[in-house]
Ligand binder design. Sequence first.
Ligand code: PH2
Ligand code: MG
Ligand code: MG
Length: 285
Amino acid sequence: MGDHIEVRGLRVVGIIGVLSEERRRAQPFEVDLDIELDLTEAARSDALAATINYAVPVEAVEAIIRTERHELLERVAGRIVEEVLGSDPRVFAVEATVRKLHPPLPADVSSTGVRLRRTRADVHELARPATRAFIAMGSNLGDRLAYLAQALRSLPGLASVSQVYETDPVGGPDNQGPYLNLVAEIQTSLDPFALLSVCHRLEQQAGRIRTETNGPRTLDVDVLLYGDTEIRSAELTVPHPRMFERRFVVQPLSDLAPELCPLGWMTSLDPGGVRRVGSIDLTTL
Ligand code: PH2
Ligand code: MG
Ligand code: MG
């Protein structure tokens, strides 16, 4: 689409800089803004309500430069982008250029500046607080421990890992070997769907080939829990729908978060087929 509202050459005086003379005396800055939003309706209807009044971001930029005290042009550009994205949900991206018009340099330079472009998705990603999530892993083909260790090394935000358990296969064909299972705790600012694609990437990295349901696999990586969030969508169900029926999940989960595993669940599950085989040392992964 490529629609923009454009502001060029907005000049404001402010205190931004690292040098002590810059901290003492205000100097001139110039800002260019490109605000990306769909202008189809405003272009057709001539209604101000169908777009954003550019006086609003202009005023926001003036206020940031005049009243806030930052050292870096980067931070000022960051603040402008945050503010303009936050001011109206129809804005999907903002590019801000901030120039210092008389940079204190021992050279003949007309201006110095920084340009940032951020989409709404970028800013949300940064602003999202970390969530405690639990990931289950299982392997019953090839060098099982090596697949688990490799996946743990690549898992972003890893905080702790359960003991490793050898478990009889539940469901699937008869001729498959036992699993190694574990549960990992992570702190993540990825949203649950981005986390799911990380899990799929780890499975691919282990060369997983999907044939039959519950068939043998080099690596299975499932999202068990994501904070208190509940999700029921075609791609992802959280909490994992079968987790509390499966001792190969509940046993390692209870190593990390017994408070999430009330005794009733554990004792109602068949105790057979799950053997503790050892632990993975996070410091030597
Ligand atoms: N995973 C399954 C099906 N059955 N059995 C064991 N013991 N461990 C698993 O990880 C496992 C399973 C589907 O993901
Ligand atoms: Mg699974
Ligand atoms: Mg799976």
